[in-house]
Design a protein around this ligand. Structure first.
Ligand code: SF4
Length: 457
């Protein structure tokens, strides 16, 4: 899970990128970076932690230029090494470029092995660096069906060639000295949107919430398989793949990852997440006193459930927003307390009540168990756990940090066994059909973590 951002033609490009990354902070809290071009040179600032820790105001003063890209990282491939902070920057025979990636390449290890065997030296353990090498090494001519603009004849054939070699999920922003390039893989796993402000600056971002903060309007999605180039000559789109793949947009973006005030995959996250809750109410009508969301991600599904069922919504669990990931060392004892650091029940709401608790997913099951325990201690009479997605039975290979198959509780236990494990009175998951219906089945979704039907391996 990462977030990417890009801006073209803005005198405060690095500041805009800083703000955009701040809005995308939910997509990655491990590190952040900005690369800026003044038309001749590319400069970078990278750092660990949240955007405000990684990049200081004084850094922004030094990052001068009209074109910039940025990245917030949550490590999926490559671990949390400081060398893996993006954007990555490279000099090569054709100039220089910086690249920021959201997604995960499934064949990165094989490509890296081949490259290293032929003498390539990698500086990071990230799959994204494979792109850098492939771009710098490519010698292939552009596909015959593509007519390139004169500004694109040198660099883009290298990019097209790299895209043909990699497999998996990639939404990319690339910065060149005089260009901003936005790319989405042919399946369109991860979102990527295009926007513009009143003064003629263009923006690309993982989600539209990053446009709102810089006062830009959403224009459209970058299409699956599209390479969009923005420079002084205008905006041009190329589609290097002659055939089109079946769309495989990550449905989990709608379930959990994307911010509810964003528009992604041509739709509003807010409405879809709420519809998942409505669908849950249609599938599992339960006689209860109140609906309680596990904040923040369960909020909209709980609202949808409440509206559809007529059972009042109550904030029976309060979330502490000030708990950072590195708040305290993760010893076992502290891990046991960690849910309490984040959530606390409101006794007044819970005591003596039959409650429906709504969460977006169950991964290992340990958090749900702690929540149920907490609610029991607060005096709940009945606890019905409802999940606004189907059981997660398989890991994601397309850019989401999920545990191994063995660690996924739904892979190891039946729904009844999970119910016993977490200690609730009943447990129900939204059906796969119900989830797809709520998200809009015509869009084409990846559902591999629920079905093991991996579109590309
Ligand atoms: S496997 Fe799951 S999380 Fe990964 S892209 Fe597919 S739907 Fe999204």
């Amino acid at each position: 899970m990462c977030g990417v951002f890009g801006v073209f033609n803005n005198p405060s490009a690095s500041k805009m990128t800083f703000l955009g990354l701040h809005a995308l902070q939910h997509r990655g809290q491990e590190s952040a970076g900005i690369a800026v071009s003044d038309g001749y040179d590319i400069n970078l600032k990278l750092g660990s932690g949240l955007v405000t820790k990684a990049i200081k105001e004084s850094d922004l003063e030094e990052l001068r230029g009209d074109i910039a890209i940025g990245h917030v990282r949550y490590s999926t491939a490559g671990g949390s090494n400081i060398k893996n902070i993006q954007p990555f920057f490279a000099h090569f025979f054709g100039g220089s470029f910086a690249i920021a990636h959201n997604g995960n390449l499934v064949n990165a290890r094989d490509i890296r092995y081949e490259l290293e065997k032929n003498g390539a030296i990698f500086r990071s353990t990230s799959d994204t660096e494979v792109f850098v090498h492939l771009i710098a090494k490519s010698k292939e001519p552009p596909p015959s069906h593509i007519m390139l603009h004169k500004n694109d004849v040198e660099f883009l054939p290298l990019v097209f060639s790299a895209m043909k070699k990699v497999k998996g999920a990639y939404s990319l922003t690339i910065l060149r000295e005089k260009q901003l390039i936005a790319i989405r893989d042919p399946y369109g796993f991860r979102p990527l949107v295009l926007g513009k402000n009143k003064t003629g600056s263009y923006f690309v971002a993982s989600e539209t919430c990053a446009f709102d903060i810089v006062d830009a309007e959403y224009l459209r999605d970058i299409k699956p398989g599209e390479v969009l180039v923005i420079d002084d000559a205008g905006m041009r789109s190329y589609f290097p793949f002659e055939h089109t793949e079946k769309a495989e947009k990550c449905i989990f973006e709608f379930v959990y990852f994307a911010r509810p005030d964003s528009l992604i995959f041509n739709d509003y996250v807010y409405g879809i997440r709420k519809e998942m809750g409505r669908q849950l109410a249609r599938e599992y009508p339960i006689d209860a006193d109140c609906v309680v969301p596990v904040l923040d991600s369960g909020m909209l599904a709980a609202k949808g459930y409440s509206e559809e069922s007529g059972i009042p919504l109550e904030i029976g669990l309060i979330r502490n927003h000030y708990v950072g990931r590195s708040f305290i060392q993760p010893t076992q004892e502290i891990r046991d307390l960690s849910v309490k650091l984040k959530l606390n029940p409101v006794k007044e709401v819970i005591e003596g009540k039959r409650i429906i608790v709504i969460d977006d997913s169950i991964v290992r099951g340990t958090t749900s168990k702690k929540i149920v325990n907490m609610l029991k201690k607060a005096g709940a009479k009945e606890i019905h756990m409802l999940i606004s997605s189907p059981p997660v039975i398989a890991p994601c290979y397309y850019g989401i940090d999920t545990p191994t198959k063995e660690e996924l509780i739904a892979n190891q236990m039946s729904i009844d066994e999970i119910k016993e494990f977490i200690g609730c009175d009943s447990l129900h998951y939204l059906s796969l059909e119900g989830m797809i219906e709520a998200a809009g089945k015509e869009k084409g979704f990846c559902t591999a973590c629920f079905t093991e039907n991996y579109p590309v391996l």
